[in-house]
Structure formats: C-alpha cells, structure tokens
Design a binder for this molecule. Structure first.
Ligand SMILES: Nc1ncnc2c1ncn2[C@@H]1O[C@H](COP(=O)(O)OP(=O)(O)O)[C@@H](O)[C@H]1O
Ligand SMILES: O=C(O)C1=C[C@@H](OP(=O)(O)O)[C@@H](O)[C@H](O)C1
Ligand SMILES: [Mg+2]
Length: 171
C-alpha cells in the first residue's frame, strides 16, 4: 500500500486534513511533529528553545527517515521538512506527495491563536511567513505529485478533493 505524505506551510492544514484523510482511507495517521515530541519527551517549543532550530531539524530528519519506511500510512509533515534534501528525497521516493497550498493571509488567520509554532512567536509573523514561503514554495513544488489549494475549501472539501485525485493516482 502506498503512503500519502502531506507537505506545505504552517497552517495549510496538514495535521487536520491528514487525520481526516487517514480515516477516509482507513490508513494509520502519523504526524511527524507528534512523533518527534513522543520520542523526545518534550514539546516542539521546548526543543527549539533548548536545542535550537538545528537540533529540531536533526530530530526531524531522523524521524522522517524512519516514518517513510512504513507502508500505507498518511503522514502530516512539518512545514520546514523540505528544507533538507535528504527529507525531500525520502518523501518523493516513498509515497505520494500532496502539497497543500495556502496564502500567507490564510496562514496568518489559521495560526494566530496557536503558541505552539516557535518560528511565529515574533512581533511580525507576516514577514516571517512571506520569507519562508519564498524559500520553500519552490521546494514543495519540486517534490509534489499533487497540489491542492486550500484557501477556498474547508477541511472536509479538501479531503474529498484529495480522495478524488487519489482514486486516479492509485488506480
Ligand atoms: N482548509 C481549511 N480551512 C479552514 N481552516 C483550516 C483548514 N485547514 C486547517 N484549518 C485550521 O487551521 C489551523 C491549522 O491547521 P493545522 O492542521 O494545524 O495546519 P498545519 O499542520 O499544516 O500547520 C487549525 O485550526 C485548523 O482547524
Ligand atoms: O514550518 C516550520 O518550519 C515548522 C512547522 C511546524 O509544523 P506545522 O507546519 O504543522 O505547523 C513545526 O514542524 C515546527 O514548528 C517548524
Ligand atoms: Mg501540523
């Protein structure tokens, strides 16, 4: 069974849609951030605080290398997973990669109340998100097998759109 890997920026809905999609497909759902937290015994803000972003990226790369060995899972990745080439290769070679696209305006709305994203705990999250998008969007596109725009679609509709495309891809 083929894996389905969700990529895209913070607030694109990878974690939310991944859970719903997994139910629909009857695949186990994994969220790489939650797996990293379980393995570390600490949450993402703590890891950034104590080990820095580089420490987090090391843990993330090790976790992705492990998770792509699974068969038939839905995996929600973290928004920065594409920054490392090893991760891009691991995802592209071991499953169907779905890029959930969204605008910076939507990202801001969807992430504003959540304190769990260390990169956005700044006075000017909009500038951070625009800068990350400029650097990461080409990398998301590079490995995506499917791209779905999530700005005008609620989570349920995004799932249905992915399911319709998956039927084509997996048949
Ligand atoms: N398509 C969507 N439309 C509206 N809100 C959404 C959509 N997808 C996710 N959300 C909301 O945005 C927030 C961030 O979603 P999340 O799944 O954590 O994103 P990610 O894992 O990509 O960072 C959550 O509150 C979620 O309910
Ligand atoms: O974009 C990023 O670099 C990050 C995104 C987060 O995941 P979500 O995309 O699920 O918010 C999480 O991995 C960490 O805070 C770093
Ligand atoms: Mg997430």
């Amino acid at each position: 069974m083929r894996n389905v890997f969700l990529i895209g920026p913070m607030g694109a809905g990878k974690s939310t849609i991944g859970r719903l999609l997994a139910k629909e497909l009857r695949y186990p759902f994994k969220d790489s951030d939650r797996e990293i937290e379980a393995r570390t015994g600490a949450d993402i803000p703590w890891i950034f605080d104590v080990e820095g972003e580089t420490g987090f990226r090391e843990r993330e790369e090790a976790m992705i290398a492990e998770l792509v060995q699974e068969q038939g899972i839905v995996l929600a990745t973290g928004g920065g997973v594409v920054m490392r080439e090893a991760n891009r290769r691991a995802l592209a070679d071991n499953g169907l990669v779905v890029y959930l696209r969204t605008s910076v305006d939507q990202q801001l709305q969807r992430t504003s109340k959540d304190r769990q994203r260390p990169l956005l705990q700044t006075a000017d999250p909009e500038t951070v998100l625009r800068d990350l998008m400029a650097r990461r969007d080409p990398l998301y596109r590079e490995i995506a097998h499917l791209t779905i725009d999530t700005d005008q679609r609620g989570p349920r509709v995004v799932v249905n759109t992915i399911m319709a495309q998956l039927d084509k891809e997996l048949s």
